[in-house]
Design a protein around this ligand. Structure first.
Ligand SMILES: [Zn+2]
Length: 130
């Protein structure tokens, strides 16, 4: 990919995820940070944003274990859809954590980090070494 090619927001998000970062939209007026591409700031209704990156690391808040892989997920036996709270900012996001078979494998507050992006699964997570 040439360096002067203009990336779509999705491509930028994926590139950030591959560097263990989460790409956010930051309101230029009030600094409020949002995950999604939005038209207006949720807080102050301004329309100007800049991209910013935060470390894709945080703590598990809730999750659902999927032990029967649906179509498109045949490459993993068991995984969890994890909602985790990013460190330092008041944002939650979700990702895919392979190898989780039972609740004992993933206590709440477990530290996880983004390790990449899968075109089927979305953000790919791993447990950090405690
Ligand atoms: Zn704002």
């Amino acid at each position: 990919m040439s360096t002067n090619e203009i990336l779509t927001p999705r491509q930028k998000f994926i590139a950030a995820a591959n560097r263990s970062k989460i790409l956010l939209n930051k309101c230029k007026n009030c600094g409020h940070m949002m995950l999604e591409t939005v038209i207006y700031c949720e807080k102050c209704y301004h329309k100007n944003f800049e991209s910013t990156e935060v470390d894709g690391i945080g703590s598990v808040e809730t999750y659902t274990i999927q032990s029967v892989a649906p179509e498109g997920f045949e490459d993993v036996e068991s995984y969890a859809w994890v909602v985790f709270k990013l460190d330092n900012i008041l944002l939650r996001t979700s990702g895919f954590l392979p190898g989780i078979m039972k609740p004992e494998d993933l206590p709440l507050k477990t530290r996880v980090r983004v390790v990449g992006f899968n075109h089927i699964h979305g953000l790919v997570l791993e447990k950090t070494i405690q």
